[in-house]
Design a protein around this ligand. Structure first.
Ligand SMILES: [Fe+2]
Ligand SMILES: [Fe+2]
Length: 251
């Protein structure tokens, strides 16, 4: 049986029978440790909370923050990867997340224009790094990490991106519901772009995982994907409790 989150992910990736080992390891992990966002009550709780404008605005703000933080982390971490293709993909990923931080900021001000004060704009600008790969030809690995470490990172990123995909799919109808009729089309397009990018982030990490599986890491991957999913579930449950009490000041 395929776990619902695994089905959504594989359908979005549209890879058919490709990346077979990744597909098996992912389904095994998600079936063994179903994430909180695979349950129906997660979506209904989310919709309940999202009816509160203060909560929803706070969510968009924290999404911008998280995307910006990930952008900086990925950008820095890419320097320690021995595989130049994986490093290149990770830098592209970092730039995407920097852009996502700005997109979430834009969504926040479109849906809640009264929050677009200079102070909030500056806050959001500080969250969203502009990463320019101007020194690309000279970039070199300063500290090549062992394959197990880069593989762990690929798995962790992959599972986080799957979570991002599911949450952004939930976010889309709420964004549309808050938007003025004149903004609805552009707001929905932004949400679709976010989702497309997350799918690409799942794809390049899945390809790296498959490559490692083909060089002898099959058992390691099967276990690690499962272990990381279990840990991610614990983090998600903690975040859920916190986010329910999140209220943006000034609303
Ligand atoms: Fe993102
Ligand atoms: Fe992403």
């Amino acid at each position: 049986m395929t776990n619902i989150v695994a089905s959504i992910t594989l359908e979005a990736l549209n890879i058919g029978d490709a990346l077979p080992y990744f597909q098996r390891a992912l389904n095994h992990a998600l079936t063994k440790h179903p994430p909180p966002y695979s349950y129906n009550n997660f979506a209904s709780n989310y919709r309940q909370l999202a009816k509160k404008p203060a909560w929803f605005a706070g969510l968009l703000m924290s999404d911008a923050d998280l995307e910006g933080y990930s952008a900086k982390q990925l950008w820095a971490y890419s320097d320690s990867l021995a595989d130049p293709d994986f490093a290149h993909e990770m830098r592209r990923h970092a730039r995407d997340e920097g852009r996502h931080a700005r997109m979430f900021g834009g969504l926040l001000f479109t849906l809640f224009p009264h929050l677009a004060a200079e102070e909030n704009r500056e806050k959001l600008q500080a969250m969203a790094p502009k990463l320019v790969d101007s020194k690309a030809p000279e970039r070199k690995t300063t500290r090549a990490v062992p394959i197990e470490e880069s593989l762990n990172s690929a798995i962790l990123i992959n599972l986080h991106e799957i979570k991002a995909l599911i949450l952004e799919q939930l976010l889309t109808p709420t964004l549309a519901a808050y938007a003025e009729a004149s903004d609805r089309r552009s707001v929905t397009q932004i949400a679709q772009r976010l989702i497309q990018d997350e799918v690409e982030h799942i794809r390049y990490t899945a390809e790296y995982i498959e490559k490692a599986a083909n060089s002898g890491y099959q058992e390691y991957i099967m276990e690690a994907v499962s272990d990381f999913q279990r840990t991610l579930n614990q983090v998600t449950l903690g975040d859920l409790e916190q986010s329910q009490s999140l209220v943006l000041e000034g609303l």
